[in-house]
Design a protein around this ligand. Structure first.
Ligand code: ZN
Length: 365
């Protein structure tokens, strides 16, 4: 094995560059995975711009599809050469947070470093790749707690078919799951980026029968219809709240899913919600939110507001790949472009400006 590899590294705000890095050593609980396909997430763009802080020199990316190169001595039931994915979120499933049902919020591995004084709970700390440890936009990635996080790819599925499972599909589907959707529900999904599109598909799988997709990009609204939206609203050409209330006969929706992370979409998601309905928030917010009092019924509306971080772990990944294998959802529609790892700077340029109808870019080392 070569001792060195190529990796996309955060240098400073505005600069991610491909550099040579040492291929990491494999500890007993780790697996070294040779990346065959990875991708760029909206979160990586926040990192590139310096809006989300990570250490200089960190390899970015958190969506791995690859082949097991080397297994740690304690990892059993897998074999080298096996095709696998791992979730973007890689918790240690021994933690208090995981055993409490919140594995994505597991910060237990920070305790020995003195960085987490709360017995394992630390918001978002299950997200390690490209955040706290070297990530997946590289020739190799070290998967921590591999026994809990490595998920074999079923025969017959391509890299592109499972590329959305580690993050986009897991997050988008969680948005639908958190919306408490019942058969026959009316659901509105604000923003049809890759995660919003998966929330639309997830709402349909869970039994919503009227799904309203909102975006300002007609191409994305076209894809939304293919992913299960019954109606689409372009916020640039209509008042979305008025239109949703008309479509629901003034009742409001059973559930609204917010997949952007702005005050305006959060407020609209609440304004269109029926009393007793659920607002499922997936957005990553960058400033304080204000809750509109009338839409909130002064706190007396029996509204539920749920938030989520992408669920990880091998069982979650197995289920998502099962959905793909079933053919009930075609996420291949979301992979619109392909770049070599060495050209990833150009891929960031395309993706961050939403040029050329891009939804997701497959990156191949
Ligand atoms: Zn992501």
């Amino acid at each position: 094995m070569n001792a060195m590899m190529k990796a996309a590294v955060f240098v400073e705000p505005g600069r991610i560059e491909v550099m040579d890095k040492k291929i990491p050593d494999v500890g007993p609980n780790d697996a070294l995975v040779r990346i065959t396909t990875t991708t760029i997430c909206g979160t990586d763009v926040h990192i590139l711009k310096g809006e989300y802080p990570v250490a200089k020199g960190l390899t970015v990316g958190h969506e791995p599809v690859g082949v097991i190169e080397k297994l740690g001595s304690a990892v059993v039931g897998y074999r080298e050469g096996q095709r696998v994915i791992a979730g973007a979120i890689c918790p240690n499933f021994n933690s208090y947070a995981a055993q409490d049902g919140a594995p994505s919020q597991d910060g237990s591995y920070l305790v020995p470093q003195g960085l987490c004084g709360c017995h394992g709970y630390k918001a978002t700390a299950g997200w390690r790749f490209g955040n706290l440890i070297d990530g997946t936009q590289a020739e190799y990635v070290l998967v921590p707690d591999a026994q809990a996080n490595l998920a074999p790819i079923p025969d017959g599925l391509t890299d592109e078919q499972v590329l959305m499972c580690p993050d986009i599909m897991s997050t988008g589907f969680k948005g639908a799951e958190n919306a408490n959707i019942r058969i026959g529900d009316t659901v509105v999904v604000f923003a049809q980026g890759p995660i919003g599109l998966c929330a639309t598909a997830g709402a349909r799988l869970l039994g919503a029968t009227t799904i309203i997709a909102v975006d300002g990009n007609e191409h994305r609204l076209d894809v939304a219809r293919k992913m299960g939206a019954d109606a689409t609203l372009n916020f640039k050409t209509c008042d979305v709240v008025d239109e949703v209330m008309k479509l629901t006969g003034g009742k409001g929706v059973d559930a609204s899913i917010e997949a952007l992370g702005t005050q305006a979409t959060f407020a609209s998601a609440l304004r269109v919600l029926k009393p007793g309905g659920t607002l499922s928030s997936l957005g990553v917010y960058s400033e304080d939110l204000t809750i509109p009092l009338s839409a909130f019924a002064a706190g007396l509306g029996d509204h539920k507001i749920n938030t989520a971080l992408c669920p990880g772990g091998k069982e979650r990944m197995r289920r998502l790949m099962n959905v793909v294998a079933s053919g009930r959802v075609d996420l291949g529609l979301l992979v619109t472009h392909q770049y070599k790892l060495e050209d990833i700077v150009a891929a960031y340029e395309l993706f961050s400006h939403q040029r050329d109808g891009v939804l997701k870019v497959a990156i191949k080392p």
